[in-house]
Design a binder for this molecule. Structure first.
Ligand SMILES: [Zn+2]
Length: 570
């Protein structure tokens, strides 16, 4: 693809804007910071530099530019990411530049799911019976449309034939999770059900949930697509693609359990809700939420079972460092019925009265003995990595249960294995810091880079990774790319090197002079060569050539070190 076109597409897609469509960022100094989507975390380790148009995660090491971010996040090829961002910026890729890459299985499955969603939503419009079911449950047509509700018709092969007609292969359909297999024959998995598309956080349909329309003891009320290449159970949150920005804006999320709870909340103006999709809240779901907020409210059924799962979910959130509260509903209610009967203001009051999980557990009229509840909380504290957060929570427990922090800490330490060790361990000291400094300075300035490429060869680098990076740069980079660091990262397929470059580009080193660091690296090389030749002379004391070589090196070493000293004096 034409380089100028790629440049135009890059310039039209500011990395901060694009990343923010996936992860909210906050400005910190000259950089932007957020929670990395490439590893599980609730701390902001992802840095994005607007002037350099690059990102880097200092926890997992992922780094790159706007194309690689989209590529990694959406598991696409480089070309697909370029195409997607061209579309985002309204840039038309000329016919001759279009490559039709062998599309991945993932992207084929995504197409199938989009077509199936359209098929189901069309079916819904044709079915009076289903429309009146929604009306009876007081779900407005607008909500049904926004959340793309649909209907899977009765019949064994209606969807199957529809997709076969569209040209999809049987093999692909087999792996789509949309069909059951009866003795070698594919049949529609969802039949006569109200269909809820499940979207991933960027709004692609990756699965479905289906609900029966008439109660029937012989079939499950809800069924979901099984795990596929697109969908892992417990990884997505229902409705999140619609509510994530509002969650980040309002500053907290309401977590409910069911589809209808979510729809009701959404209709009543609570556009910061998500549903955990019929499973109990998972760690993955918490990490997903944590990118947008660190405060969550559990809004579960009012009965004992509901309270129990709300408490379990809230503790899990707490253990990941989130503030978690529990909203109490009357025993007979779920969020859906509560809102229908009492309206949004009543729920607003319940939210305001919600207790954080620690106070909730201290004051609960439950049969669980107090000691056991404290133990449950201490177990949670143990999994919190941040020592300050730990201490704050222990203080909360002490206050809520009216026990001293001293006894809480002594119990905490007595029963906990030292597991934080290693987390904060400092990296091993570098043998030659100047090799690192040299590369950082060369990446900052095209003139430096040219000098580096001219003056040195790979054997000047003692550190293996730096040597690799040097080789890569000399073979693949140009001074031009150094002034546009994002360009440099385009085709760097080696993840480790990309991480290293990202690392270097974020480092500020104003006080160091390139030329003197370059001298240092050269001197180190001579020192290594001298040590090496001494070893060889020990083995062959009579070898004249070696001795000659050594004296040459010594002279060179003297000359260089005197130059450096001299320079330092002036
Ligand atoms: Zn990361």
């Amino acid at each position: 693809m034409d380089k100028n076109l790629i440049e135009e597409i890059r310039r039209s897609n500011d990395i901060v804007d694009v990343v923010q469509e996936y992860v909210p960022l906050k400005k910190v100094g000259t950089n932007w910071r957020g929670i990395c989507p490439f590893h599980n975390d609730t701390h902001p380790s992802l840095y994005v530099s607007q002037p350099k148009q690059i990102f880097k995660c200092f926890a997992c090491g992922k780094a790159g530019n706007v194309f690689t971010f989209v590529q990694e996040y959406e598991k696409m090829s480089f070309y697909e990411a370029v195409k997607k961002l061209a579309q985002r910026a309204g840039i038309v890729i000329p016919e001759k530049e279009r490559i039709s890459p062998a599309s991945t299985k993932r992207s084929q499955l995504l197409r199938i799911y989009t077509e199936t969603r359209d098929f189901f939503t069309n079916q819904l419009m044709k079915q009076k019976e289903v429309l009146s079911y929604l009306q009876n449950r007081a779900i407005s047509p607008e909500t049904a449309k926004t959340l793309e509700l649909g209907y899977a018709p009765e019949g064994e092969k209606i969807l199957l034939n529809y997709l076969l007609d569209k040209g999809y292969s049987v093999d692909l359909l087999k792996d789509s999770g949309l069909f059951g297999n009866y003795s070698g024959n594919l049949v529609d998995f969802f039949r006569n059900r109200l269909m809820f598309p499940i979207h991933n956080s960027i709004g692609e349909v990756v699965a479905f949930g289906g609900r029966i329309l008439e109660e029937n003891e012989n079939v499950g009320k809800y069924v979901n697509t099984p795990g596929t290449e697109l969908y892992t159970k417990g990884k997505e949150l229902y409705g999140f693609f619609k509510t994530k920005y509002e969650i980040s804006k309002i500053g907290y999320a309401l977590i409910c359990e069911g589809y209808f709870d979510f729809l009701r909340l959404y209709e009543n103006g609570f556009q910061n809700a998500v549903a955990s999709l019929g499973t109990s809240l998972t760690e993955d779901q918490i990490y997903l939420l944590a990118r947008y907020t660190n405060k969550v409210y559990m809004l579960y059924d009012g009965d004992a079972a509901g309270i129990k799962s709300a408490q379990r979910a809230a503790l899990l959130c707490l253990s990941k460092g989130l503030d978690a509260s529990i909203i109490e509903l009357p025993e007979k209610d779920d969020p859906d019925s509560f809102l229908l009967e009492n309206g949004p203001e009543a729920l607003q009051e319940r939210i305001a009265a919600a207790k954080d999980v620690i106070h909730f557990m201290a004051e609960a009229k439950s049969k669980t003995p107090l000691m056991e509840r404290i133990d449950q909380l201490l177990d949670t504290v143990r999994s919190i990595k941040d020592p300050i957060k730990r201490e704050l929570i222990v203080k909360d427990i002490s206050e809520a249960f009216n026990v001293s922090t001293r006894s809480l800490f002594s119990k905490l330490h007595r029963t906990s294995v030292v597991e934080t060790e290693g987390l904060y361990s400092t990296p091993a000291l570098e043998e030659y810091p100047e090799e690192r400094q040299l590369l950082i300075l060369a990446l900052k300035d095209p003139d430096n880079f040219n000098l580096l490429a001219q003056d040195l060869s790979p054997d000047y680098f003692n550190n293996k990774r730096y040597k690799e990076l040097f080789k890569y740069l000399v073979n693949n980079a140009s001074a031009n790319m150094i002034s546009e660091p994002a360009q440099l990262l385009d085709l760097m397929e080696n993840q480790e090197l990309r991480g290293l470059v990202g690392d270097f580009l974020f480092e500020e080193m104003q006080d160091l002079d390139f030329m003197s660091v370059l001298e240092q690296v050269k001197i180190r090389k001579i020192q290594r060569d001298l040590r090496d030749i001494d070893r060889r002379i020990m083995a062959e004391p009579e070898n004249k050539t070696l001795l000659k070589e050594k004296s040459k090196l010594v002279a060179l070493y003297r000359q260089m070190t005197s130059k450096v000293v001299h320079k330092d004096l002036t």
